[in-house]
Design a binder for this molecule. Structure first.
Ligand SMILES: NC(=O)c1ccc[n+]([C@@H]2O[C@H](COP(=O)([O-])OP(=O)(O)OC[C@H]3O[C@@H](n4cnc5c(N)ncnc54)[C@H](OP(=O)(O)O)[C@@H]3O)[C@@H](O)[C@H]2O)c1
Length: 330
């Protein structure tokens, strides 16, 4: 099969190699001896793959390896008792190995794909939407009628968080850096949009009345203290990632004085040992798809052979929604 490997840790420009590899066995490290084999039609590309080309992500497989954590495709084979079967269209989280014509995922991380979503949207569904649901509902304890501020709101996690928050009955404020990203955030359902280089903290307090109830932060960096300042009493700031580069530090007296919380949300680390919980998240996201709230935003599509360009787009802060590699037929 055709695949893309990370062969050296020199960044998106030099790290990738196009290779021919044997097809994988129906076994996954998270379910040894068992796994759903998927004919990949589309592979999702995300920030972690950019970091992996530099050896800067927490998952550091031995070189060379095939990156790609999630795919949309058709089941070629599934273990007995699985909720999917041969021929089913699926969204699957394979963790690694997605930049290839065939990938393997654990049965409990493979989900039937709704008819109204294409394969590229399937490749955009698990990582970002399960993270968004986990961050908003399970870690952030979002309730109906609360106000949520989303940083990096035109990105993969950001657009997912906007859609899931609307589905959970929240009012949403998006923080973005450009006109193009503002349009993407509005299309993803943002009620209000503010600019990251403007007085967004004051605007958020004004829009919400007494401060926002929840901040979803995949960006980190310098804006973190203002995120805390934008919270209402009992507000929660959910830490999701650090695309801004630096990892913020919290002066905890702010939490005491304002009765607010900082909450971490690491979806992968949490669910990997909890298949039942992950199935529940899958069902909750599926309900939001069926109710029309979740419709993954695919911003750019590249053929598999142009994986480096896909990574460069994310690295240059140019991506909107999810970046996807079209694998079958490309
Ligand atoms: N915790 C978890 O379980 C989990 C799961 C999935 C992903 N993540 C993490 O969440 C983060 C976001 O992932 P994503 O897929 O949404 O990324 P993305 O699509 O590239 O979006 C990230 C957004 O960050 C903003 N940003 C601010 N400064 C930036 C900079 N210097 N470089 C690049 N972007 C910058 C950009 O928005 P503006 O230009 O509008 O500012 C951009 O749209 C990543 O760190 C990823 O590893 C965490």
């Amino acid at each position: 099969m055709r695949a893309i490997q990370i062969a050296e840790l020199s960044g998106p420009d030099g790290a990738l190699r196009a290779v021919e590899l044997p097809e994988p066995e129906p076994s996954h490290p998270l379910s040894p001896g068992s796994g759903v084999v998927v004919d990949v039609h589309a592979a999702g590309v995300s920030f972690p793959e950019v970091l992996q080309t530099r050896g800067e992500y927490q998952v550091k497989p031995e070189l060379p390896f095939v990156p790609g954590s999630e795919v949309g495709g058709v089941v070629r084979s599934a273990p007995e008792g699985a909720s999917v079967k041969e021929g089913d269209r699926v969204a699957a989280f394979c963790m690694l190995g997605g930049f290839a014509e065939v990938a393997v995922a654990p049965e409990w991380l493979t989900f039937p794909l709704a008819d109204n979503l294409d394969f590229a949207q399937g490749a955009a569904l698990v990582l970002n939407y399960h993270t968004a649901y986990f961050a908003l509902k399970l870690r952030g304890r979002l309730s109906d009628g609360e106000t949520v501020l989303v940083h990096g709101a035109a990105g993969g996690v950001g657009t997912a968080a906007l859609q899931v928050a609307k589905g959970l009955g929240a009012r949403t404020i998006a923080v973005v850096s450009s006109d193009e990203k503002e349009a993407v955030a509005r299309a993803a359902g943002a009620d209000e949009v503010v600019r990251s280089d403007g007085p967004w903290k004051d605007q958020a307090r004004e829009i919400s009345g007494s401060g926002v109830d929840l901040v979803i932060d995949p960006v980190g960096g310098d804006r973190f203290t203002d995120s805390l300042r934008s919270l209402a009493e009992n507000g929660r700031c959910v830490v999701v990632g650090f695309t801004g580069g630096s990892i913020p530090e919290v002066r905890v007296y702010r939490l005491l004085l304002n009765n607010i919380e900082v909450v971490g949300a690491g979806w992968g680390a949490y669910v990997m040992a909890k298949p039942e919980l992950e199935r529940d998240i899958g069902q909750a996201v599926r309900r939001l798809v069926d109710d029309g709230y979740v419709k993954p935003v695919v911003g750019a599509r590249f053929p598999l052979s142009q994986a480096a360009e896909a990574l460069r787009l994310i690295d240059s802060r140019g991506a909107t929604g999810k970046v996807v590699l079209e694998v079958a037929g490309s």
